[in-house]
Design a protein around this ligand. Structure first.
Ligand SMILES: [Zn+2]
Length: 477
C-alpha cells in the first residue's frame, strides 16, 4: 500500500499529526527548504520519509535543480501513461534537470491535474473559513470562483488565498440586480437571522431590510444608476462581475408587481454593466433561469452562465421555455462562452417537505428534469461548448456536481467528466495560467490518486498526495 493520508490505522496517520504539530494552526502549508539527494519510495513511507519528501519538493529556485517523480501513471488528457516527470522551479518538465536533488517513487499511482470549482458562495465567510478551506484542499480543488459574496467578508479572508502554497480564489463580490431582485431576499433573510421560511411569513420586514446592500448585492434599476454606482462597485475590487438575468422577458411586469426575487436586471442595464465590466478588464457571469435569459446574455456579450436553463424547472411548465435552440448553442460555442450547469439542483428542488418538515422526493419531477438536463448537456458537449463545474450548494464543492453528472445523470463518460473537472474548470477560472494539464512548462500542480478514475470514478476521492506549484500541501487533521 502506498501513502494513504486518510487512513487512520496506517503508520502515516502519525505522520499527519507530526506535520500538524509542525505547521501550527494554519490548515496546510509547505515545509522546509533544504533539499538533499534522497531517494524516497512512498510505499515505505514513515514520518521521516514524508519529511524528506517535503524537503525534497521545496527545493531551491534554481532551474538546474529538480525533483523526479518516477513510476507514476500520468494523465495526458486522454489516458494514463507510464512516465517520469520532473518538478523544476515550480514547473513540470519531462526533461531531467542538470542536478537531480531527489527521486520520488509513485509506484504506479495515478497523477492528474487538480480540480476547479467555478460556481460557489463558499470561502467568503470568516466564521467558516478554516473548515471550508480544508475541505477544498482535501477534495483536490485548487481553483475557486465565488459568484456573489459579501465583499466586506471576502476582504477579511482573501489574503490567505492565491499564493503558491494555498488554493487560489476569485471573488465576484456583490451580485448586480434591480431593486428587490434576486439575491436581495436570500441575503436579507439570513442577515436578519431568519429561517428561509420567513421569506413567506415575514415578507414585509425582509422587503424593507437593506443590511447587505452595496456589499452582497447592488441595486441597479436604470443606466443612470450604473453610471452613478460603478466606481463604488469597482472600489471593492471584484475579480469578476456577477449579474442576475431572471425572467427577463417579463422584467417590467414583475418589477411592477413587486415579485421579490423573481427578477434581476433589465436587459438595458445588464448591457451597460457588461460593457463597463469589459472596459475594466473583468469577465461577467450571468445567473439565468430560462432560455430567454440565456439569449439576452448572449446578445449583451456575457462571458459565462452560472446555470443551465432548466436547472430549476418544475418538470411541468412548458419545456420550450428552457430548451436552447441549436442556434443558441452554436453562438455560445462561437463566442467561447462557459456554461456552469449546476445540474445537482434537479435533486435539491425535487425534495418536497410535508407540514412537519419531513422531506420526500418528487420522483416524477426528479426524473423528468434529470432527463432534460442530460439531453441538454450532451448537446452542449457535442457542440464543443465549454462546460465548467460548480455545485452552488452551501458547504459543498464541485465534486458534488461532478458526481451528480457522472453517477446520476450519466451525462458524460468518466474521461469527459475528469477533463471538465481538472482541465476546463481551472482553465476557465484562470485563462491566463498554464494549469489544467500536465505538460512541459505548466505549473507543477497535481494530485496523486491511488487508482484509475477512468475505471472507477470513486478514485477521484482517493487523493494520496497534493502538490501545488512545486510544493507539497499538508492537510491538518
Ligand atoms: Zn449561485
Amino acid at each position: 500500500m502506498l501513502v494513504v493520508l486518510k487512513l487512520k490505522a496506517s503508520p502515516v496517520a502519525s505522520a499527519k499529526v507530526f506535520f500538524g504539530a509542525m505547521v501550527g494552526s494554519i490548515g496546510y502549508k509547505p515545509i522546509g527548504h533544504n533539499p538533499g539527494k534522497v531517494m524516497i519510495k512512498l510505499k515505505f513511507l514513515t514520518p521521516l520519509y514524508l519529511m524528506c519528501l517535503v524537503l525534497a519538493l521545496s527545493c531551491k529556485k534554481d532551474p538546474s535543480h529538480g525533483v523526479a517523480f518516477e513510476g507514476g501513471q500520468v494523465f495526458n488528457g486522454q489516458t494514463f501513461e507510464s512516465k517520469t516527470f520532473y518538478v523544476i522551479n515550480g514547473l513540470i518538465s519531462f526533461n531531467p534537470p542538470g542536478t537531480l536533488d531527489s527521486t520520488i517513487q509513485l509506484d504506479r499511482h495515478y497523477v492528474i491535474p487538480p480540480f476547479g470549482d467555478a460556481h460557489t458562495h463558499n470561502l467568503a465567510d470568516p466564521s467558516k473559513i478554516d473548515s471550508l478551506e480544508k475541505k477544498y484542499v482535501q477534495d483536490g480543488i485548487y481553483y475557486v470562483q465565488v459568484l456573489t459574496n459579501y465583499a466586506s467578508k471576502a476582504d477579511s479572508v482573501r489574503d490567505r488565498f492565491s499564493s503558491p502554497e494555498t488554493i487560489d480564489v476569485k471573488y465576484a463580490n456583490g451580485g448586480l440586480t434591480s431593486t428587490l431582485g434576486h439575491p436581495h431576499l436570500a441575503y436579507e433573510t439570513s442577515a436578519l437571522n431568519l429561517h428561509w421560511s420567513a421569506m413567506f411569513s415575514q415578507r414585509d420586514r425582509i422587503k424593507q431590510s437593506r443590511l447587505a446592500e452595496n456589499d452582497a448585492y447592488w441595486f441597479l434599476d436604470t443606466t443612470e444608476d450604473v453610471a452613478q454606482k460603478w466606481d463604488a462597485i469597482l472600489t471593492i475590487k471584484p475579480d469578476l462581475i456577477k449579474i442576475y438575468l431572471i425572467n427577463t422577458e417579463r422584467h417590467e411586469a414583475l418589477v411592477e408587481a413587486e415579485q421579490m426575487g423573481n427578477f434581476g436586471l433589465s436587459e438595458d442595464v445588464a448591457r451597460l454593466v457588461v460593457k463597463k465590466a469589459h472596459e475594466a478588464g473583468l469577465k461577467v457571469y450571468a445567473h439565468v433561469e430560462n432560455a430567454y435569459d440565456f439569449r439576452v446574455g448572449l446578445n449583451i456579450g456575457v462571458d459565462g452562465f452560472g446555470h443551465l436553463p432548466g436547472y430549476s424547472w418544475d418538470g411541468k411548465a412548458d419545456v420550450d421555455m428552457y430548451r436552447l435552440t441549436d442556434e443558441d448553442i452554436a453562438k455560445a460555442k462561437d463566442r467561447n462562452i462557459v456554461i456552469i450547469p449546476t445540474a445537482n439542483f434537479a435533486q435539491v428542488y425535487a425534495v418536497k417537505y410535508d407540514n412537519r418538515g419531513n422531506p420526500s422526493l418528487d420522483s416524477l419531477r426528479y426524473e423528468t428534469v434529470n432527463q432534460f438536463l442530460t439531453k441538454e448537456l450532451k448537446r452542449l458537449n457535442k457542440a464543443g461548448v465549454s462546460i465548467a463545474l460548480g455545485a452552488d450548494q452551501d458547504g459543498e464543492t464541485s465534486i458534488l456536481e461532478a458526481n451528480y453528472l457522472v453517477d446520476k445523470l450519466e451525462a458524460f463518460d468518466r474521461l469527459t467528466a475528469l477533463k471538465l473537472l481538472a482541465e476546463t474548470t481551472p482553465q476557465t477560472i484562470y485563462p491566463d495560467r498554464k494549469i489544467g494539464e500536465l505538460k512541459e512548462g505548466y505549473e507543477a500542480s497535481f494530485l496523486v490518486l491511488s487508482g484509475n478514475p477512468l475505471n472507477n470514478w470513486d478514485y477521484i476521492d482517493s487523493i494520496n498526495l497534493y502538490v501545488k506549484q512545486g510544493k507539497f500541501l499538508n492537510i491538518k487533521q
